[in-house]
Design a protein around this ligand. Structure first.
Ligand code: NAD
Ligand code: ZN
Length: 346
């Protein structure tokens, strides 16, 4: 079968032919219907050799959906042909976090060498993929897999971050979204669906700000040194109630800190290497700063429910498997509107 792999540090993704996988006991084989491209793929492929600790070659794709092609021995409760989304942050299934459905915070995954698909295990950017447990599948039902595959990360990750800050986001509050690409444009819609907040979106690109406005941001601002003052002005001097930084780079965490009002939450979701010093006087009083990772299985079920009710629509540009390298180049260049999605069996 065809797969898209990152094969050597410093290389670019390549379309290659690999053996079709066979499901072992307890595993599920999916015929991939759609796979999203995430900026995290770009991040990994940009790591120098001394920081790169994934097995190579790496089949990419941690946002996956498919139809069940074959069930491994002992798998029950699923049928061949079911349309499913893959819950990507695989954990051990036994620790406290995993039993709460929060496999994104599994405490044993690293020690046991359990790696998410596309981030260590062979991912969804192939005609077929193996899923190590039926626990990591969520039924899509009638939801279109191409339109909704990115909810498994670009939806789930902002959903998790926003859900933790809901107590701060009642009527009259202000939420700031920094970076309105794949994650950010879904984050804006989740904020509209779940909160009473006025949403201020920041990006460095006018096209991305147009998208932010189209998906429900109340105000848009260029992401620069002047943004915090503009946010203060929009909030009668109060500052934001919560800031979601979907870039997480040195300049954006500075904007996040300067924009956050008293008792605000700052979620640094982007992995752009920015660090925020936290101590008395570095932010407004009692600001909380967190760096969340992905989301729980039940949150994935919830975010799919938002899509089912028409409250979240991912803006999608589709590509064939052969076009995946070009799609990664477009993501790198910042010219994708919303999310790039590859359709391997299209
Ligand atoms: P993307 O490339 O689709 O979007 C990034 C957006 O940020 C673009 O619109 C870009 O124009 C904008 N941007 C760049 N520099 C900016 C700046 N200085 N100020 C404001 N906006 C700026 O990326 P994505 O797939 O949405 O991922 C966003 C980030 O989140 C990446 O760092 C990714 O690795 C990370 N991520 C983290 C998690 C997690 O669990 N924490 C999960 C998925 C992705
Ligand atoms: Zn991702």
């Amino acid at each position: 079968m065809k797969a898209v792999q990152y094969r050597e540090v410093g290389g670019t993704p390549e379309v290659v032919t690999v053996p079709e996988p066979e499901p072992g006991p307890g595993q599920v084989l999916l015929k991939v219907s759609a796979v999203g491209l995430c900026h995290s793929d770009q991040f990994i492929m940009g790591l120098p050799a001394e920081e790169f600790d994934y097995p190579l070659p790496l089949t990419l794709g941690h946002e996956g959906a498919g139809t069940i092609a074959q069930l491994g021995e002992g798998v029950q409760g699923l049928s061949v042909g079911d349309s499913v989304a893959v819950y990507g942050p695989w954990g051990c299934g036994r620790c406290l976090q995993c039993t709460q459905g929060k496999e994104n915070y599994c405490v044993n995954a690293e020690a046991e060498g359990i790696l998410p698909p596309g981030l260590g295990s062979p991912g969804a950017m192939a005609e077929y993929m193996l899923v190590n447990s039926p626990r990591h599948l969520v039924p899509l039902g009638s939801l279109d897999p191409i339109q909704n595959v990115s909810l498994t990360d670009a939806g789930l990750t902002p959903y998790h971050a926003i859900k933790m800050s809901l107590p701060k986001l009642g009527a009259g509050s202000t939420a700031v979204v920094i970076g309105t690409g794949g994650l950010g444009h879904v984050g804006i819609q989740i904020l509209r669906a779940l909160t009473g907040a006025t949403i201020v979106a920041l990006d460095v690109s006018e096209e991305k700000l147009d998208l932010a406005r189209d998906v429900g941001a109340h105000h848009v601002l260029l992401s620069n040194d002047e943004a915090p003052a503009a946010i203060k002005k929009l909030t009668d001097g109060q500052g934001a109630s919560a800031v979601f930084d979907f870039v997480g780079a040195a300049p954006t965490v500075v904007i996040a800190a300067a924009s956050a009002g008293t008792e605000a939450d700052i979620s640094i979701v982007g992995i752009g290497g920015g660090e925020l010093p936290v101590g008395f006087g570095t932010t407004a009083f009692d600001v909380s700063v967190r760096a969340p990772y992905w989301g729980s299985r039940s949150e994935l079920v919830e975010v799919l429910e938002l899509a089912r009710r028409g409250q979240v629509n991912v803006e999608v540009e589709t590509f064939s498997l052969d076009e995946a390298p070009e799609a990664y180049q477009r993501l790198h260049d910042g010219t994708i509107r919303g999310r790039a999605v590859v359709v391997p069996n299209g």
